[in-house]
Write a protein that binds this ligand. Structure first.
Ligand SMILES: Cc1cc2nc3c(=O)[nH]c(=O)nc-3n(C[C@H](O)[C@H](O)[C@H](O)COP(=O)(O)OP(=O)(O)OC[C@H]3O[C@@H](n4cnc5c(N)ncnc54)[C@H](O)[C@@H]3O)c2cc1C
Length: 488
């Protein structure tokens, strides 16, 4: 590697949104950055894939807080990326998400004032609970405008007050089951059950979408291209189709990597954008003390999903401006299961219906030892049967679907193989209130020169993964220089 102005070489493992955003920030500070990606194409979960000539989404369906002075908008600006090139604003009809329950529905609007009004109109008997809930939500929402708060939000020692589980908070409020159900929906977006979801995660996710909600203008491949272009323009180097097999050490510190191609790359810093359990496989057994290694191995994962992509007739099914959640709740108002629907325009003839619902890894254990591209007929049959069932359920919500054609189905096994994520978990390790202290140790791996970014560092999602990158850069360059050099 050539010497950079800083004289520091950085090697990043993985080109997901976490790896690319860390690469952009450090390349912008004149570090010499190389990203090594195991897949032939960059982007990880951010990237869309093509089936029947249609771009199908994997891990970016909508994001929040991308406005000019909003948290994610400011992060994109600091990356030097025009977010408007990638995303367009949702809520043109005043609704971001429609939650449909068995006997009532609720519209999530794109601002906090209307949200409060919708809650008060829908649940007039819950006024005291709504008062307390909104006070708490507004407090976090306002604090989210402070970057220092965002960077410390995952630190259990900094934010003890906000770590109580949403379930216990709603018990104290004596929220009615319906109010409870409506408030809980954003927990689905971080993959944590509401009963055990730290208040701060719930509030941050909800607040983001109440700042503003955005969808991809085109697709995840284009989003990836924009980030890769920015990274390469700043001098970053992207190696594709060459996964990292080992992290190399010198004098007890991470000092580079060995790739599948057998080549070795030396680096002053190694940043990993991969799951911490996969990171363990890249380390020698004695690199971490056994208790920490075991703690990481014991972390529970967020649940997997099955996703069905369906092409439908565009004239009968034009794009729907909001997302739809069909949810089932128990008597207490806890969400038992839910299905997410999004209908997007592809062209004048076709719209794409994406359906996502929970699917446990264990349901696919029979094929655990098989890999994408080589799975047997019985797996394909099970997948197809679930796809047909989900399509029928979609027709109950959306009405009869004209020219519906399932063009792809992915399962937790697909996600596992695609990005190297144990159990195909959607959002990496599970950040429950109960597990938070253990999860925090992942972000503080005690190996010199080794840092973690992406959804397993601080928080999941596009915003959480980028936040992990800002945090890594702050650790590498020091808090003082970070404040001076990274304007966001
Ligand atoms: C179905 C689904 C829907 C989602 N919807 C949304 C949404 O609407 N909005 C939102 O904000 N978030 C959403 N998310 C979450 C979001 O996609 C993720 O949090 C985010 O993309 C994770 O980025 P990352 O950089 O942490 O990891 P990843 O995208 O997983 O990237 C990791 C990269 O590392 C590579 N890699 C792994 N091992 C190695 C190795 N040994 N050597 C080299 N490379 C390696 C992988 O191939 C991959 O490219 C969704 C996720 C899923 C699964």
């Amino acid at each position: 590697m050539k010497k950079s102005l800083e004289g520091k070489n950085v090697l990043i493992i993985g080109s997901g949104i976490g790896g690319l955003s860390a690469g952009i920030l450090l390349a912008g500070l004149n570090y010499h950055v190389t990203i090594a990606e195991k897949n032939p194409l960059p982007g990880g979960l951010m990237r869309s894939y093509r089936r029947a000539g249609i771009d199908c989404p994997v891990g970016v369906h909508y994001v929040g807080a991308l406005g000019d002075n909003e948290p994610l908008g400011r992060m994109f600006a600091a990356l030097g990326i025009d977010a408007q090139e990638i995303f367009s604003r949702m809520g043109s009809e005043g609704v971001t998400d429609r939650y449909i329950f068995d006997d009532f529905s609720f519209d999530l609007p794109a601002n906090i004032y209307t949200y409060e009004k919708n809650l008060r109109d829908s649940f007039p008997n819950d006024a005291p609970a709504i008062n307390t809930f909104m006070k708490s939500l507004r407090e976090i929402s306002e604090r989210m405008l402070d970057p220092a708060f965002l960077l410390n939000q995952g630190d259990p020692f900094q934010n003890m007050d906000y770590l109580q589980p949403l379930g216990a908070f709603m018990d104290e409020l004596a929220a009615s089951p319906r109010l409870r159900a409506v408030i809980s929906v954003p927990c689905q977006l971080v993959g944590v059950p509401a009963a055990d979801c730290p208040l701060i995660f719930h509030h941050m996710v909800l607040a983001c979408y109440l700042f503003s909600a955005w969808r991809l203008k085109d697709n995840g491949a284009k989003m990836t291209d924009v980030l890769v272009r920015r990274f390469e323009k700043l001098g970053g180097k992207l190696l594709l189709n060459d996964g990292v097999e080992k992290i190399l050490f010198a004098e007890g510190k991470a000092a580079g990597v060995k790739l599948k191609s057998d080549s070795k790359i030396q680096a002053d810093y190694v940043i990993v954008d991969i799951h911490p359990k996969v990171l363990l496989q890249l380390l020698e057994n004695d690199s971490l003390r056994p208790s920490l290694r075991q703690r990481i191995l014991d972390l529970s994962e967020t649940e997997g999903v099955i996703s069905v992509q369906v092409s439908v007739d565009a004239s009968a099914h034009p794009q729907i401006a909001h997302n739809i959640y069909r949810l089932h709740i128990d008597q207490k108002g806890e969400i038992e299961d839910g299905v997410f629907y999004q209908v997007r325009k592809v062209n004048d003839k076709i719209s794409l219906l994406s359906i996502i619902t929970k699917s446990l890894y264990g349901e696919w254990s029979e094929w655990e030892h098989t890999f994408s591209g080589g799975r047997p007929k019985d797996y394909q049959e099970k997948k197809a049967a679930i796809g047909r069932e989900l399509l029928q359920k979609a027709e109950v919500v959306l009405g009869p679907l004209k020219n519906a054609n399932i063009i792809d189905i992915f399962t937790p096994l697909t996600i596992r193989d695609y990005v190297n994520c144990p159990e195909g978990s959607c959002y990496g390790v599970m950040r429950t209130a109960r597990q938070l202290l253990k999860v925090a140790s992942v972000n503080n791996i005690p190996i010199g020169g080794l840092y973690i970014t992406g959804q397993n560092a601080l928080a999941p999602g596009v915003m959480g993964s980028i936040l992990g990158s800002f945090n890594v850069v702050r650790k590498i360059i020091g808090a003082e220089r970070f404040v001076k050099n990274i304007k966001w």
